[in-house]
Design a protein. Structure first.
Length: 319
């Protein structure tokens, strides 16, 4: 499970992928518990019972919904997202503090401020010798930066431990070093990480990650620009003739072309099939994965070998 940005302004969508078949199972707008709940409701109790493990970032909403619907499933936290969070909360904070301490030494302060991406980048991805030299200079000039940088690399070993015993040793050692560092940002991150230890050690038995979804997310962003449908917002008052349901994707009646196939499902209905309230009920399942989408076609006229007339504007007559 992962999330990706829909638009600017912190608007996100959630996506679920089958790690075995690499097939996208579901996409829904939002990243809250309520936003991802329709996926598990669509699966039903039998489908949820077949899920053995779920890889995700440390998204509390995803975590809680999986635990609620799939009690037997192991949750596995993805290394990439944890390292990214460490970069923001620890390395970023320590770098800013180090720069603030160098206010009276502008050249040194500039070096530290401009080292942001250098400190976050994987050492193996440094492209030039100059970058290696610059990184060495930045780390050598500040002990706290050196500490949190080294701790970042050591933290990655928690995701590569061959056995649970080795993992436990690595975990205990890393936590002890974090406490001994007396660096507030690092100590706070370590305290928060303790609550997620089960999802980290699960990586030993289930080597899953969300890397497959990163590529899928980019494809989704491209498809989003090519295929579309409508979601209509408004009151849901069947007794007054209003049946607005934004969970149901609608086809543009003026679409020039359609992509995908209609797959029949109860999720296509605006009301819940089998409900005691019958067609007065409200169904929250997302129908997008069952619906064909409109496709934007290029309708611009092709002028072929025609060329613009080489006539000055003051001599041109338009009729």
């Amino acid at each position: 499970m992962d999330e990706f940005a829909l638009y600017k302004g912190h608007r996100y969508a959630s996506v679920v992928l089958d790690s075995d078949t690499r097939r996208v199972l579901w996409i829904g707008e939002g990243r809250s518990r309520a936003a991802v709940r329709p996926f598990f409701e669509t699966l039903g109790p039998e489908g949820c019972a077949r899920i053995q493990a779920v890889a995700m970032d440390m998204n509390t909403a995803f975590d809680l919904e999986v635990r609620r619907h799939c009690k037997q499933a192991r949750i596995i936290y993805d290394l990439f997202h944890v390292v990214a969070r460490y970069g923001r909360e620890v390395i970023g904070r320590v770098r800013v503090d180090a720069a603030n301490q160098l206010r009276h030494d502008q050249p040194a302060r500039r070096v530290v401020k401009q080292a942001h991406w250098l400190l976050l980048r994987n050492p193996a991805n440094l492209k030039t010798p100059a970058q290696h030299v610059r990184l060495h200079e930045v780390l050598a000039a500040n002990q706290s930066l050196m500490t949190v940088y080294v701790m970042k690399e050591q933290m990655k070993a928690l995701w590569t431990a061959p056995t649970a015993w080795v993992w436990r040793q690595t975990w205990t050692q890393w936590m002890a070093y974090a406490k001994q560092s007396q660096i507030p940002a690092l100590m706070q991150f370590a305290r928060r990480l303790k609550g997620y230890w089960r999802g980290i050690v699960s990586r030993v038995r289930r080597p899953m990650h969300t890397g497959q979804l990163e590529g899928i997310n980019n494809k989704i962003k491209v498809i989003k620009r090519m295929a579309y449908g409508y979601r209509v917002h408004g009151p849901y008052k069947p007794e007054d003739g209003h049946r607005f349901n934004p969970h149901k994707l609608l086809i543009d009646p003026y679409a020039k072309d359609l992509v995908g196939q209609l797959r029949w499902s109860d999720a296509l209905y605006g009301y819940t099939i089998g409900s005691k309230r019958e067609d007065l009920s409200f169904d929250r399942r997302d129908s997008a994965s069952f619906m064909p989408k409109g496709r934007v076609l290029e309708t611009a006229f092709t002028w072929g070998d025609d060329r613009r007339p080489q006539i000055a504007r003051q001599d041109m007559v338009i009729y």
